[in-house]
Write a protein that binds this ligand. Structure first.
Ligand SMILES: NC(=O)c1ccc[n+]([C@@H]2O[C@H](COP(=O)([O-])OP(=O)(O)OC[C@H]3O[C@@H](n4cnc5c(N)ncnc54)[C@H](OP(=O)(O)O)[C@@H]3O)[C@@H](O)[C@H]2O)c1
Length: 317
């Protein structure tokens, strides 16, 4: 992956990192694992290796990280990429979503607090109501409208209440080379349908998981160097904004398909179990004010993503 690692202090900083990445096989987790090796050692277990709802397993993993990191002169950091991300399924599986999104972050944060290990926890635009008319700041009132959003907000609250040295990073509209996502779905549908209707009245900022991972690692290096931002809740997404329809047209363009085959429709015309925020744009002003690198414009990022992944995406559809 030819992503530049911003603010890579591993080569010059005081201590390399020892990263534990629960959810290490997901979209974000796998990119964190790939890019994390530039910063130090990486352990990126999937759910089969580390179930974040298992309190004993979580404690053992964090204690082990702390012990082995310190013995090796590395700075331990946990970056939690595990989540219940099936937004529609969560509406009818409240217990499942609560276990992973609400209770597990609390367990992880308590284990980090006990072991003196800093924690980066990833959250979502869905904690907001989505009825704003300007980008959401981290301090704006929350108001989730879905089970997924409510359980993720409860996870944030559990992390904040844990006493851990923790930062919560909200992101949105994530796609990457691993797992299922909107970009892959559009590539597949471009090969299956002559035209398709895509929602054009929800606005947000597409975020390439590899660029988000690079941003989180920049933050991890800062935190490990004792220079973590004063603000504990931050937003990090691709720059700029579009609609799902705008994103779909850009995807068609990237694969050489006619973007006019993508037709705009309204949210009402595409009913799904979980309500989506109409406006999901997150302000990265606090992220930039903390001296962290803003992510590139979403459209440029999509072009770079396709330059790396187009062949495999077309072959796999
Ligand atoms: N995708 C988006 O558009 C989006 C938008 C905003 C925020 N986010 C947030 O970004 C973060 C990363 O999301 P993502 O897109 O990378 O999601 P993802 O691809 O669905 O990855 C989530 C991972 O969580 C793991 N997981 C689920 N239950 C677990 C458990 N009990 N124990 C351990 N691991 C468990 C899964 O592991 P296995 O695969 O090994 O089962 C999965 O790989 C999450 O916090 C999510 O809420 C995502």
């Amino acid at each position: 992956m030819s992503i530049a690692v911003p603010g890579d202090s591993a080569a010059t900083g005081p201590a390399p990192l020892a990263l534990l990445i629960p959810g290490g096989h997901g979209q974000l987790g796998s990119d964190l694992a790939t890019l994390g090796v530039a910063y130090g050692s990486v352990s990126a277990p999937g759910s089969a290796q580390l179930d974040v709802t298992d309190v004993a397993a979580v404690r053992a993993a964090v204690d082990d990280l702390a012990d082995t990191a310190r013995a090796a002169g590395r700075a331990p950091v946990v970056c939690n990429a595990a989540a219940y991300t099936a937004v529609d399924a969560a509406e009818s599986d409240v217990d499942g979503a609560t276990a992973v999104n609400s209770l597990a972050p609390g367990l992880l944060a308590q284990a980090c607090a006990r072991a003196g290990v800093p924690l980066l926890h990833v959250s979502t635009d869905y904690v907001f109501a989505g009825d704003a008319s300007r980008p959401y700041e981290p301090t704006d009132p929350t108001g989730p409208r879905s089970v997924y959003g409510r359980t993720k907000l409860a996870g944030e609250e559990a992390v904040s209440a844990s006493g851990a040295d923790a930062w919560i990073v909200r992101t949105a509209w994530v796609y990457g080379g691993t797992g299922r996502n909107f970009v892959k779905t559009m590539v597949r549908l471009a090969g299956e349908r002559e035209t398709l209707s895509v929602v054009d009245d929800q606005r947000g900022s597409p975020t390439w998981s590899a660029q988000l991972a690079a941003g989180l690692l920049e933050l991890a290096a800062r935190v490990a160097g004792g220079r973590g931002p004063a603000q504990r809740v931050l937003h990090c997404t691709g720059s700029g904004r579009t609609t799902w329809c705008g994103l779909a047209k850009a995807i068609f363009t990237e694969i050489g398909a006619d973007p006019e085959r993508v037709r705009p429709c309204t949210t009402d015309q595409y009913p799904v179990p979980a309500p989506r925020p109409a406006y999901s744009v997150l302000s990265d002003a606090a992220w930039r004010a903390a001296g962290l690198t803003a992510l590139p414009d979403w459209r440029d990022a999509l072009g770079t993503f396709f330059a790396e992944h187009k062949e495999s995406l077309l072959a796999g559809r």
